[in-house]
Design a protein around this ligand. Structure first.
Ligand code: HGY
Ligand code: MN
Ligand code: MN
Length: 412
């Protein structure tokens, strides 16, 4: 089969998608159900229709673009990713998997391929935790990893519920209807930038993901006592921010203490109340992210954090309340899918590495309902979630070519 990727078109489409943003270029901000997100969705659906795909959306905005196979009753082969983007981030995280997946399908059509199994391109809603505090919202609901009732309780920082926001965006119906039947897909492959430096460092063009790390995230709310920055004397203070600072450092110490390079922990959010220069902070809320490929090590870090919160709050006469947002198991990717991707690279003479993904992805949850793996391409210096995130047109095209090949094999 003479497969060719229209690299120029794919590059243009990635550039166009990046213009649907609430941040000045080269940064991208595209928060789920924001006006820019909705504009991007309309534009993407036009591309799917132009490609001759049957398009549907579910009650939470997951989008499905299906190329019917000759045997449409068989479980389909899935591919796809997300297009929401955290504030001031880059233009390739997620989008390469959606537009690359679309171009892979178009290339197969141009080559005259006709799949036996349908091939379905998915765009998952809200992979990023930005608006509702939990990552992979759409794929969690699809896989049953998050119940509809738990999702109904989610609110954004303006206090608007997920139901209100999705209805305003035009997505209706019960969230119970989102869940897919296990076995609805025979295979799923997600194309994504590595979001790390290893492929570039090793000068290897492709990564095949064998496992995805176990993510956990949590809020820690520290309550102390506020007061006048000039009048409250140091011995009398119960400063919530200084306790929070010690707790953030304790989290870092917990990650370093495992001695494992896969243990990572981040305090990415810090909300200080009342947040004035001449007021002693009375309340601080920390947003924390803790990951490891080994769930026991990850939970060990959480245990150390909890002990530290107790010690620090006692010593500083404050309270520290921990609310877990998610504490997910890792996943091992399906060896059969890994083998198809490896054989595809070998057939084309492309070097590849098998590797672990330290970032989480929708594939982490789709792997709960069907055999799944991921295909990584290098990104410059491993930068991601930053405006200077970059992957070359050649790398994106090569990943798309391998994806097209693999989809064709899986859909036979
Ligand atoms: O945070 C992550 O791992 C993903 O990029 N949302
Ligand atoms: Mn991301
Ligand atoms: Mn991503």
């Amino acid at each position: 089969m003479n497969l060719t990727i229209d690299t120029a078109r794919l590059t243009r489409e990635l550039e166009t998608l990046a213009t649907f943003s609430d941040a000045p270029q080269p940064a991208v901000t595209r928060i789920v159900f924001s006006e820019q997100d909705l504009r991007a969705r309309v534009w993407l659906k036009q591309l799917y229709v132009e490609a001759g795909l049957d398009v549907r959306e579910d009650a939470v905005g997951n989008t499905f673009a299906r190329w019917r196979g000759t045997d449409p009753e068989l479980p389909a082969v899935g591919t796809g990713s997300h297009t929401d983007a955290i504030p001031h981030s880059g233009r390739y995280d997620g989008t390469v998997g959606v537009l690359g997946g679309l171009e892979a399908i178009r290339a197969l059509k141009r080559a005259g391929f006709q799949p036996r199994r349908s091939i379905e391109l998915l765009m998952f809603t809200s992979e990023e935790p930005t608006r509702f505090g939990i990552g992979c919202l759409g794929s969690r609901l699809l896989s049953g990893s998050l119940t509809a009732s738990a999702a109904d309780c989610l609110k954004d920082s303006d206090g608007r519920t997920l139901d209100e926001v999705r209805a305003a965006a035009g997505f209706h119906g019960s969230l119970d209807s989102v869940r897919l039947d296990p076995g609805c897909y025979s295979a799923f492959v997600e194309l994504h930038i590595e979001q790390g430096p290893l492929l570039e460092r090793r000068n290897v063009p492709l990564g095949i993901v064998t496992a995805i790390a176990a993510p956990a995230s949590l809020w820690v709310t520290i309550e102390g006592e506020g007061g006048h920055a000039g009048a409250v004397l140091m011995p009398d203070r119960r400063d919530a921010f200084l306790a929070a600072a010690e707790i953030a450092l304790a989290l870092e110490a917990a990650a370093l203490s495992t001695g494992a390079i896969d243990s990572v922990a981040t305090t990415g959010l810090c909300e200080v109340f009342p947040g004035v220069i001449n007021g002693v902070p009375s309340r601080v809320r920390l947003g924390m992210d803790v990951r490891d490929i080994d769930p026991e090590r990850r939970d060990g870090m959480l245990g150390k954090l909890k002990l530290a919160c107790g010690d620090i709050s006692r010593r500083r006469r404050v309270t520290a309340r921990i609310e877990m947002i998610n504490q997910d198991a890792p996943t091992t990717c399906a060896p059969a899918i890994v083998d198809v991707l490896a054989a595809t690279c070998e057939k084309r003479g492309f070097a590849f590495d098998k590797m672990v993904s330290r970032a989480y992805h929708d594939s982490l949850f789709i792997s709960r309902i069907c055999p799944t793996s991921m295909l990584f391409i290098p990104c410059r210096s491993g930068f991601s979630h930053r405006p200077d995130e970059y992957s070359t047109p050649e790398a994106i095209s090569q990943g798309t070519l391998v994806l097209a090949d693999a989809l064709a094999q899986l859909a036979c």
